[in-house]
Design a protein around this ligand. Structure first.
Ligand SMILES: Cc1ncc(COP(=O)(O)O)c(C=O)c1O
Length: 284
C-alpha cells in the first residue's frame, strides 16, 4: 500500500504538506499566470525526466517566466521528495508561477512548487471498452506551453458528463488539435498513424508513441480534420497519466468497429514495454 505524500517543495524549501502554501499575492491566484509540467515516477525513479524538464523550460520561456533555480537543484529537490514521500508509482508536478506580485499584476520572482501525488493508471475496463468523447470549438491561447489555465476543459466537465462522454476533443474550423490534458492519434483505414501537428502541446507520450508507431506502420504529424476522425479505423488519446486510451465514439459517430482496435492495443503494449525497459535500466 502506498502512503499519502507528506512533503512538497515550495519556493526553495521542502515542507510538510500542511505548511506547503503560497501567499495570496501569487500571480497564479491573482491572474492565473503560470506553467507546469508533470512526469511519472516508476519504481521510485522519474521516467523520461529530461524530456519533461526540456518542455518545462520551453513552457516557461514561451510565457516569459524564469525558472529560479538551476536544473541540478531541481533534480535534487525531486530526489528528496521521492526519498521522503516513498511513493514508488506516482506523478510529480512542477509548477512555476508569476510570484508574489506587489500590485497583483506585475510579475515578481517566480514561485517554484514541486508536488508528488499518487497515480492510478487506467484500469482494464477502459482499455477493453474504450471511451466516448465529444468535440468543442477551442484552441488554447499558447498551445506549445503547458500553462496552468485549464478553464475551458473544467467548464466543459458538466456537458461531457451530460452527454455520457469521458473527455472533450478541441477543434477549430473542422481541424482537430488535442484534449484538455491529452494528445490525439488516429489510425487511418490503411493503418497510417497520424497525430495533429498544430495547436497542440508536444506531449512526451505523443513523441514516444509516434516513434513506436513509426517502427511498425507509417506514422506522421499532420492536419487532422473532424471528418478524418469520424472516418478513422481507430482513434486513441495519449498522456503521461493515461498512456494510451482507445476512443470508440466521437460525438454521435461510432469509430471503426466500435471496439478498441489492434493498432491501438499493440502500441499500448509497446509503450508499456518501453517504460519497463527504461525503468529496468534505471534500476541497474
Ligand atoms: C494540453 C495537453 N495536451 C497534451 C498533454 C499530454 O502530454 P504528456 O504526454 O506529456 O503528458 C497534456 C498533458 O497534461 C496537456 O496538458
Amino acid at each position: 500500500m502506498q502512503s499519502n505524500p507528506n512533503y512538497a517543495y515550495v519556493r526553495g524549501q521542502v515542507l510538510p504538506l500542511e505548511q506547503a502554501t503560497l501567499h495570496i499575492s501569487d500571480l497564479s491566484i491573482q491572474r492565473g499566470y503560470g506553467v507546469f509540467d508533470y512526469f511519472r515516477v516508476f519504481h521510485g525513479k522519474p521516467v523520461f525526466l529530461d524530456d519533461y524538464l526540456e518542455r518545462f523550460h520551453a513552457s516557461a520561456a514561451a510565457m516569459n517566466l524564469e525558472v529560479p533555480v538551476p536544473d541540478a537543484d531541481l533534480r535534487q529537490a525531486i530526489d528528496e521528495l521521492i526519498r521522503r514521500n516513498n511513493l514508488p508509482l506516482s506523478g510529480m508536478k512542477m509548477i512555476l508561477t508569476g510570484g508574489y506580485s506587489e500590485n497583483g499584476y506585475d510579475p515578481a520572482e517566480a514561485s517554484l512548487i514541486i508536488q508528488q501525488q499518487p497515480l492510478i493508471l487506467p484500469g482494464p475496463e477502459m482499455l477493453e471498452q474504450g471511451i466516448k468523447v465529444i468535440t468543442h470549438e477551442y484552441v488554447r491561447e499558447v498551445p506549445r506551453a503547458k500553462t496552468i489555465n485549464y478553464t475551458m476543459g473544467i467548464r466543459l466537465i458538466g456537458e461531457i458528463r451530460r452527454r455520457g462522454a469521458s473527455d472533450v476533443l478541441y477543434q477549430q474550423n473542422g481541424v482537430v488539435s488535442e484534449f484538455p490534458r491529452c494528445n490525439l492519434f488516429i489510425v487511418k483505414q490503411d493503418n497510417t498513424v497520424v497525430t495533429p501537428a498544430d495547436n497542440v502541446l508536444l506531449g512526451v507520450t505523443r513523441k514516444n508513441v509516434l516513434a513506436l508507431a513509426g517502427k511498425k506502420y507509417k506514422a506522421a504529424e499532420g492536419t487532422v480534420t473532424l471528418e478524418d476522425v469520424y472516418g478513422a479505423k481507430e482513434v486513441f488519446l495519449t498522456s503521461t497519466t493515461k498512456r494510451i486510451v482507445p476512443i470508440v465514439q466521437v460525438d454521435e459517430q461510432v469509430i471503426g468497429t466500435g471496439k478498441p482496435g489492434d493498432v491501438t492495443l499493440s502500441l499500448l503494449q509497446d509503450l508499456v514495454q518501453l517504460e519497463e525497459e527504461k525503468g529496468a535500466k534505471m534500476l541497474v
